[in-house]
Design a protein around this ligand. Structure first.
Ligand code: NIG
Ligand code: FE
Length: 415
């Protein structure tokens, strides 16, 4: 899928610039151009800037008038668990009544229940429900999205989740980046034996995932009482040897130093980080590991938000993502994530936009091809129903996306 379009009448073009993550104070440097145009040819941006300086579009390229609206890059949701069976609505209300997330997990609820439902679901059922979630994401402006396995925990169901993502990526406008997350929870077959389960992941599933090219990243729920530092390290080192990029669920519930391990291993990103220490954040800044914050999860768990402000001030590249999953955060509400980033994590609107686009791309190792509107990048952009990117957080929890272009093709909304 690749199209050509000359988008004119852009009231405000707002985009981070660059082919790698923007860190620290550079996150707030957006390129903002009033009265702008974009020329995309064969799915790639050829030119973006002031209308008065725009080149003549080649013959045959259709012109579209943005009507004075704002245009921003397509959002990159770099942390999502969107292929799973079943629901856990009851747990949401147990948590609302004060039962902690990890206590539900320890009692055999939580992820385990989604594993039962996902194991019982066919390929077609998982593809149908995953596709519906992608449709929702697209309508909210997501043009690239990560997807994690981790609701199978046995060989066949883990592979099925990844195969579903492969098929959806071929059929849906959203580009999907698949992540093998075998160590998401300890399955009943290995109850009380997390290390034995990690051995199984390393010896039985990971080689097949790598051989068949089913995942680009590996991820682990590095958490007290789940997979602690040594098991996490073993799994991630094996994944790196197998050629996968590394991600981590780090320091989400209890501070055990996951963020520091991610930095030490040169992980592409460490995510959650609600409890990460200042030393580990400094280590991430030094290693260039993207710090992915997931405020919809903190909101849903009623936990204090990650210290995104401190991370940016320490020189980190911060990314903003949904964490859509059936338990801790059944939400893909990117508009609310923008508002929480600004209101609760004290990010500026410029930082929030950079975090949801270019730095999200960097968290997926894709900053060279998506995440900003500039010559050479994929023509993934959003026409907002608003005059400025400042409206993204300001209209709290409300979708400001009018039209979505993926690779230069209109894939959602009016022209
Ligand atoms: O990102 N904490 C581990 N994984 C998910 C939650 C998964 C679930 O509850 O189903 C997370 O929060
Ligand atoms: Fe997650």
């Amino acid at each position: 899928m690749a199209g050509s379009v000359f988008l004119e009448g852009i009231g405000e073009l707002a985009t981070p610039v660059g082919f790698s993550a923007r860190r620290g104070s550079a996150m707030s440097e957006l390129r903002v151009v009033s009265d702008a145009c974009i020329l995309a040819i064969d799915g790639v941006v050829r030119w973006a800037g002031l209308a008065s300086e725009a080149p003549e579009p080649p013959a045959g390229v259709v012109s579209v008038d943005a009507g004075g609206r704002a245009v921003v890059p397509g959002f990159v949701d770099s942390h999502a668990h969107f292929v799973f069976g079943g629901f856990r609505a009851d747990e949401f209300y147990w948590r609302a009544d004060g039962l902690p997330y990890m206590e539900i997990h320890a009692r055999g609820g939580g992820i385990r229940r989604s594993v039962d439902a996902t194991r019982a679901a066919s390929f077609e059922e998982l593809a149908a429900i995953g596709g519906k979630r992608l449709d929702t994401a697209l309508s909210l402006g997501v043009t690239t999205m990560e997807g994690k396995s981790g609701y199978g925990l046995d060989r066949d169901t883990e592979l099925r989740q990844l195969e579903v993502m492969r098929q959806l990526s071929e059929r849906h406008p959203i580009d999907i980046v698949p992540t093998y997350m075998g160590p998401h929870s300890v399955p009943p077959e290995f109850a009380g034996k997390p290390s034995a389960y990690v051995d199984f992941c390393i010896e039985t599933v990971l080689p097949e995932v790598a051989r068949r090219g089913l995942a680009r990243f590996a991820d682990v729920f590095c958490e007290k009482g789940v997979f602690e530092l040594e098991d996490s390290r073993r799994f991630l080192e094996a994944a790196a040897r197998a050629g996968l990029g590394l991600k981590m669920h780090a320091d989400e519930i209890v501070r055990i130093g996951g963020a520091g391990l991610a930095a030490e291993l040169g992980a592409t990103s460490a995510d959650h980080l609600l409890k990460a220490s200042a030393e580990d954040i400094a280590a991430m800044s030094a290693s260039g590991t993207v710090a992915t914050v997931l405020p919809l999860t903190a909101f849903s768990l009623r936990e204090p938000y990650a210290d995104a402000r401190g991370m940016i001030d320490a020189g980190c590249a911060v990314a903003l993502a949904s964490d859509l999953n059936p338990g801790s955060c059944y939400s893909q509400a990117i508009p609310l994530a923008f508002a929480l980033a600004v209101l609760q994590m004290r990010m500026s609107p410029e930082e929030a936009l950079c975090a949801a686009t270019l730095n999200g791309a960097a968290a997926l190792g894709m900053a060279d091809s998506v995440g900003s509107i500039e010559a050479g990048k994929k023509a993934d952009f959003l026409i907002l129903d608003a005059p400025s990117h400042l409206h993204l957080a300001y209209h709290v929890g409300m979708n400001q996306v009018r039209s979505v272009y993926k690779s230069g093709v209109l894939v959602h909304g009016p022209k």
